[in-house]
Design a protein around this ligand. Structure first.
Ligand code: ZN
Ligand code: MN
Length: 471
């Protein structure tokens, strides 16, 4: 592969989370019984007239702004004509030459910057389902507002293409314009890929892989396709421009349509919708109300000194970021907060026992926990118990310490009594330690911690054990 460079461009489709569909008042809601959210407009019955949903237009403007695009002063809708059973009207309302946004730029984490050619607004099609008795169509999705984001062919590897797509999804989530659920098909991508000799600037015929709905599939399909094309060139052949599908179980792309069979969409301006002006002042209001974007979160967390892995983990989630911010505002030290959010709390989140979006306890309590640790009111192991308790039952650090009886033991003689008790119960370990086997120290410290439920700091326990055995 090293003698070829890969050239990839992506078209990402994102379903918008509006209350109603793009051109009618049917609910935009996933998962309802088939064909219940339909009307003459989204079914394209004769005489029905579409009306644009202002919330959809605003979402498109916000996405365009977040991607650094120019927002058009004037935009319009066009008809893209084709026949497919999931398309009740025989055309899709889309945008051809006056998209809402154009000429943007996005930074890909761990990659380069990628130019955004356009951000346009269109409508989704229905869903074709293949069942035992034949194919059936659910038109609930027909007319759902859809953003199409087209990148320039600036992506240089399947990995970068995936990272770019993931970043676009994160931005949509940060803006709150989509639930961006992969498993519900809310985010899909078409990829264009060609390869060329390293150092060459020519663009070879490209292959389009349509309708990917998984990051992993996309990456696998592109890796396969780059290899397939390289093999053709090495054998002196030519890659034809075509559309190919991805067969994941077999791990191959397969030809669907050649250039000669490519469809002519016969675009023309949508006669039922007037071109519309986009008010500059409104655009500026939307710009100033944009939330912090994932790239901004990452820069800020890096600047605070968090390691890159933690930065990535925290910044990709709005919940984790706002939890972090609130705990820091309450006085928590950034790098310590990073450790807890990605460590103990992250593990609880993975187990489904904690949710940063709806935390069982206030982020201020994490700051309080760090303070208790720093001031020596709590030991490290005690703090872990407190955080588990808070994640489970909510409440405050102070109350959890009292309920769990975790206040650090201040009375050194009381601790010494516990240490003696442990040594008495562990004659074998004691003998080993006396014989110079320092490895058993860790075990004995652990026993002291267990007896005292973590109320003794490990260094104090090991110092007292050493004193007891006369070392
Ligand atoms: Zn409708
Ligand atoms: Mn499209």
């Amino acid at each position: 592969m090293s003698d070829f460079a890969t050239v990839i461009g992506l078209e990402v489709h994102i379903e918008l989370q509006t209350a109603s569909k793009m051109f009618c008042s049917c609910p935009n809601h996933f998962g309802d019984p088939p064909n219940t959210n339909i009307c003459p407009v989204c079914l394209g019955l004769p005489g029905a007239l579409p009306r644009p949903n202002a919330a959809g237009v605003d979402a498109a403007i916000r996405m365009a702004l977040a991607l650094g695009c120019k927002v058009a002063d004037r935009s319009k809708f066009d008809r893209k004509n084709y026949f497919y059973p999931d398309l009740p009207k025989g055309y899709q309302i889309s945008q051809l030459d006056e998209p809402i946004g154009s000429d943007g730029l996005v930074e890909v984490p761990g990659g380069g910057s990628v130019r955004i050619v356009r951000v346009q607004l269109e409508e989704d099609a229905g869903k074709l389902q293949h069942e035992a008795q034949g194919a059936v169509v659910d038109f609930n999705r027909a007319g759902v507002p859809l953003l199409e984001i087209v990148s320039a062919p600036d992506l240089r590897s399947p990995q970068e293409a995936r990272a770019y797509w993931e970043e676009i999804r994160r931005i949509a989530l940060a803006l709150g314009i989509s639930d961006a659920r992969m498993e519900e098909g809310s985010v899909r991508a078409d990829a264009n890929i060609s390869i060329r000799p390293v150092g060459s600037e020519e663009l070879n015929p490209r292959v389009e892989i349509k309708n990917m709905n998984s990051f992993r599939f996309l990456e696998r399909a592109l890796v396969y396709e780059a290899g397939r094309q390289a093999e053709i060139y090495r054998q002196g052949g030519r890659v034809g421009q075509e559309t190919r599908g991805w067969d994941d179980p077999r791990g191959v792309t397969f030809s669907q349509r050649s250039k000669e069979e490519a469809e002519d969409y016969r675009y023309f301006p949508e006669p039922d919708l007037l071109p519309f002006a986009i008010d500059r002042q409104h655009v500026e209001e939307l710009r100033s109300s944009l939330p912090e974007l994932p790239s901004g979160r990452r820069r800020r967390l890096l600047w605070l000194g968090l390691p890159e892995e933690q930065v990535r983990l925290i910044a990709e989630s709005r919940g984790r970021t706002s939890f972090f911010d609130a705990a820091m505002t309450a006085g928590g030290e950034a790098t310590e907060l990073g450790k807890w959010i990605c460590g103990d709390l992250g593990r609880l989140e993975n187990d489904g026992r904690f949710d940063f979006e709806e935390p069982a306890f206030a982020p201020e309590e994490l700051a309080a926990l760090l303070k208790s640790l720093a001031e020596g009111d709590l030991t490290g192991p005690g703090a872990k118990q407190v955080i588990q308790r808070l994640a489970q039952d909510g409440g405050t650090v102070r109350a959890a310490i009292a309920e769990l009886g975790l206040g650090k033991m201040d009375d050194l003689e009381a601790v010494r009594a516990e240490v003696r008790q442990v040594l008495e119960e562990q004659p074998k370990a004691l003998a080993d330690l006396r014989a110079g086997k320092q490895q058993v120290m860790g075990f004995l410290v652990g026993q002291v911690m267990r007896r005292t439920r973590g109320r003794v700091a490990p260094d104090v326990a090991s110092r007292l054990i050493a004193e007891e055995v006369g070392q």
